[in-house]
Write a protein that binds this ligand. Structure first.
Ligand code: GRF
Length: 202
């Protein structure tokens, strides 16, 4: 299945997905990597991996978010993508793009949703004193970090944790979880993927 990636920065989750796709038994191949940030290290990484890449700089669209998303959507359609994975894509989407890709767009978020949507999740988890933290792959809907949960991985929060140490522990799980969930998602329907979400915990 052709899958496109959207990223804005470092691209470590994109790297994990690209690596997973190198396995001939994995049900996805990456047909395009798009970044809104032309300087994203993740874009260089994808280019070095020999993948088609495109920078679609949101700053060139002034404040017209939907025009930016129309440009993204056009590229996604041209690439033949049948699903889209947000991998550290740091812009809020308008209903235009979420509706255009409803049921076919996945995101990874560094917390156990519905706890800690938004930014600075590791700091907030430490402040809240939770003993379990983790990451979530979910379908993208209009509300930020709100779509149906497809899979989660949990990690312990240790007394000596800093946001950086905890974040690194979560990130290692992200790199396992995202390819695992994408494989389930493509092999099965979103519904049965959700039904199996519990199996992915841990
Ligand atoms: C990850 O923590 C991801 O969960 C969040 O943004 C971060 C992106 O990191 N959505 P990377 O670019 O994949 O390294």
């Amino acid at each position: 299945t052709p899958v496109a990636l959207l990223l804005s920065g470092r691209g470590s989750n994109a790297t994990a997905l690209i690596r997973a796709c190198e396995d001939p038994d994995f049900p996805a191949r990456i047909c395009l990597v798009i970044s809104n940030n032309p300087d994203a290290p993740g874009l260089d990484m994808a280019r070095s991996a020999g993948l088609p890449v495109k920078a679609i700089d949101h700053r060139l669209f002034k404040k017209d978010r939907e025009a930016h998303e129309r440009a993204i959507d056009t590229c996604l359609r041209e690439s033949g993508a049948e699903a889209v994975c947000l991998a550290g894509y740091m812009r809020l989407l308008t209903p235009f793009l979420t509706q255009a890709w409803a049921g076919k767009m996945l995101n990874i978020h560094p917390s156990l949703l519905p706890s800690f949507p938004g930014l600075h999740t590791h700091e907030r988890a430490l402040e809240a004193g939770v003993r379990l933290h983790g990451c979530t792959v979910h379908l993208v809907t209009e509300g930020m970090d709100e779509g149906p949960i497809l899979g989660q991985a949990a990690v312990p929060v240790l007394p000596t944790d800093t946001p950086e140490i905890l974040g690194a522990r979560v990130l290692r799980q992200e790199h396992q979880l995202y390819p695992t969930v994408l494989r389930h998602f493509l092999d099965k329907s979103a519904a049965s993927c959700q039904a199996e979400a519990a199996l992915l915990v841990g």
